[in-house]
Design a protein around this ligand. Structure first.
Ligand code: SF4
Length: 179
């Protein structure tokens, strides 16, 4: 039987949700008899192929992230929002309390670790940021939500197993908190 093809990506995020995928440990090895990864930070394959499942970590805060989101949505039959950032905006959405110019100034000029003697905010070769950060379902259709910051690896395993059985997973309450 052909393996289920899975692509993953990260947008505005901290990579913690992908760490939760890797935290499946030996269960991930078991799952690899039934699934295979296409484009993903895990495989370092950059271009999405046609896949059965797309998993998105992170919210959308700039043009490049929106482009990546649209690409994975186009290629995936089922799209999973993985983690609070993808599901709700999460930590990156804290910048929504400030206007875009304040955010750029803070990031490119003011932070304690910034070295930018010219005090110029770059406009070339960097994606344009949006006025606010949004959850992915404000741009594309999402089929499955796995919230959590990060999501519990058991929730990820549950969702993948349900999908392998042809079901759209609905997480039971005990998998909605991290243990
Ligand atoms: S949901 Fe939490 S762990 Fe996942 S990317 Fe966002 S901040 Fe990181």
């Amino acid at each position: 039987m052909a393996k289920v093809r899975v692509a993953t990506t990260w947008l505005e995020c901290c990579s913690g949700c992908h760490m939760s995928i890797l935290d499946l440990d030996e269960k991930l090895v078991d799952l690899l008899s039934k699934i295979e990864f296409d484009a993903s930070p895990i495989t370092d394959i950059k271009e999405f192929g046609e896949v059965d499942v797309g998993i998105v970590e992170g919210s959308v805060g700039n043009e490049e992230q929106l482009e990546v989101l649209k690409k994975i949505r186009e290629k995936a039959k089922i799209l999973i929002a993985l983690g609070d950032c993808a599901c709700f905006g999460g930590i990156p959405a804290m910048r929504n309390f400030f206007n875009k110019d304040e955010v750029l100034k803070r990031v490119y000029i003011e932070t304690e670790s910034t070295v930018n003697p010219s005090k110029v905010i770059p406009s070339l070769d960097v994606p344009k940021i949006f006025p606010s950060v949004k959850s992915i379902d404000q741009f594309v259709k999402v089929d499955v939500y796995i919230p959590g910051c990060p999501p519990d690896p058991r929730a990820i395993e549950y969702a993948i197993k349900e999908l392998l059985e042809g079901k759209i997973p609905v997480l039971p309450p005990e998998l909605l908190s991290y243990e």
